[in-house]
Write a protein of this length. Structure first.
Length: 462
């Protein structure tokens, strides 16, 4: 076992069933389903990396123990998982496989390449087979935590822990003819682990890592065109930050998710608002200690995090931030068994998918998708709560179906999480005066002893 320690539904409505504890769940708890056959790889899979092709097909890269731990890429063709370019694209063992599609739609895989002195290599699928991009093993020495991303110009960037430079962080890019350094090699203060790279909407490269130069805390750095500079203070987390993973919001704000020492290594997410790093929701919002978090912004612009949760036997969970707290997408621990290396991607129709090493299927690769029946739903009488406005939008009307019993609490929040209104009622239809509310997006939360429901609405103002 490989362990480290408007009135409108703006997005798909999130309806929640009350559960023990504080974690909220969707009523679609069993809508997670396998995409194709579970455990489709020939052997044990490590370092699963999921991405969707421009054609909308899910592709997965991983190190396949059924093929001598070589890098393998498979795609789902609509009925089955099939190999892309043969059974193993690397000549020997590959670790830290990272899959990405270029803006032009070509598939690339970066990895630590045992056939080339454990250095970093990148290969590209040319339509028939896999070919090296530039020199095989282009890093100066052994490379760990290899991570691949593209900028909008189509240049691939690779970040890695660089054994030629004190196991510090190094970033290189392919300029069309060869691999060149982005800034100075080994630019971190000390050795790094869990290195992650992302490109902002404006094209700036960012990296995040567990920083041994700052008491193993989390650090994020940005390339300013000449040098790498810290985003906020280096080592800004309160305690150790393990399994650091970085994403940039559509607004250009870096978000860091990590296993957080100060809350028993549960998951936390921090955001840099341009001045300071601040917590996104509650710290430590997982059930237990976590590993291998992945963070990505969905089509709606909200952050989603997938992770392996040891409070749930190592199963994978997916959660999204609703503007005031983190909410589970479907069932917490939705996988059948322990799930290593969960990798998150969104299908073209906006459904989240997670690839992972599946301990319920001999540690082989599995991909699951959350096929929400609420995607683009209109309000119907089947909903637990129907929401509408009357009197030129000054009154919010709520109607509850017969699934609700007894008194229920009703709260309205700003997107910042500030509560603006609170009441209790057992009526099946109630009206709330929102004339004094400023124009904007609000969250309404209704909960009883047995269930709860969270929705968003827009107050357009007068």
């Amino acid at each position: 076992m490989k362990k480290l320690l408007l009135i409108m539904v703006l997005l798909a409505p999130t309806v929640l069933i009350a559960q023990p504890g504080t974690v909220k769940h969707s009523p679609l708890d069993y809508m997670w389903k396998n995409l194709g056959e579970p455990g489709f790889s020939t052997g044990e899979s490590e370092y699963t990396s999921l991405a969707f092709s421009p054609a909308g097909e899910p592709w997965v890269a991983f190190s396949d123990w059924g093929a001598g731990r070589k890098a393998r890429v498979m795609k789902f063709d609509g009925s089955a998982w099939v190999n892309v370019g043969g059974e193993g694209l690397s000549a020997d063992t590959a670790c830290f496989t990272s899959l990405a599609f270029s803006p032009s739609g070509d598939a690339y895989v970066a990895f630590e390449d045992f056939a080339n002195s454990y250095k970093a290599s990148v290969m590209k699928f040319d339509g028939t087979g896999w070919v090296y991009v530039g020199t095989p093993g282009f890093s100066p020495a052994q490379a760990h935590y290899v991570d691949l991303v593209f900028n909008s110009a189509g240049e691939p960037f690779v970040a890695f822990r660089d054994w030629a430079n004190g196991r510090k962080a190094t970033v290189m890019k392919f300029d069309g003819s060869g691999w060149v350094y982005v800034g100075s090699p080994g630019f971190s203060a000390g050795l790094v682990t869990f290195l992650s790279i992302a490109i902002s909407p404006s094209g700036d490269p960012y990296v995040a890592y567990q920083d041994y130069g700052h008491l193993q805390k989390g650090t994020v750095m940005k390339f300013n065109g000449t040098d790498w500079e810290p985003v906020g203070p280096a080592g800004f987390t309160e305690g150790q930050a393990i399994c650091t993973k970085l994403a940039i919001s559509p607004a250009g704000e870096p978000y860091l998710t990590f296993s957080d020492e100060v809350v028993s290594f549960k998951i936390s997410v921090s955001r840099f608002d341009g001045i300071i790093w601040e917590e996104v929701g509650e710290k430590g919002f997982s059930i237990g200690t976590i590993e291998y978090p992945d963070i990505l912004f969905g089509p709606s612009g909200r952050p989603y995090v997938a992770f392996e949760d040891y409070g749930l036997g190592g199963k994978a969970s997916l959660m999204t931030y609703e503007g005031f707290d983190w909410v589970a997408v479907g069932e917490m621990g939705f996988t059948a068994a322990e799930a290593d290396y969960p990798s998150l991607a969104f299908s073209p129709d906006g459904n989240p998918c997670v690839a992972f090493e599946d301990y319920g299927n001999d540690e082989r690769a599995t991909v699951m998708t959350f096929d929400s029946v609420f995607t683009s739903i209109s309000e119907t009488s089947a909903d637990r709560m129907v929401i509408s406005t009357v009197h030129e939008g000054t009154i919010l009307s709520l109607e509850f179906n017969d699934q609700w019993e007894g008194p229920r609490s009703i709260e309205i929040y700003q997107m910042t999480g500030k509560i603006l209104y609170s009441t209790k009622s057992s009526d099946d239809k109630i009206s709330i005066n929102i004339e004094a509310f400023s124009p904007g997006i609000y969250i309404i939360k209704v909960f009883s002893k047995e269930m709860s429901c969270t929705r968003r609405f827009i107050n357009p103002g007068k």
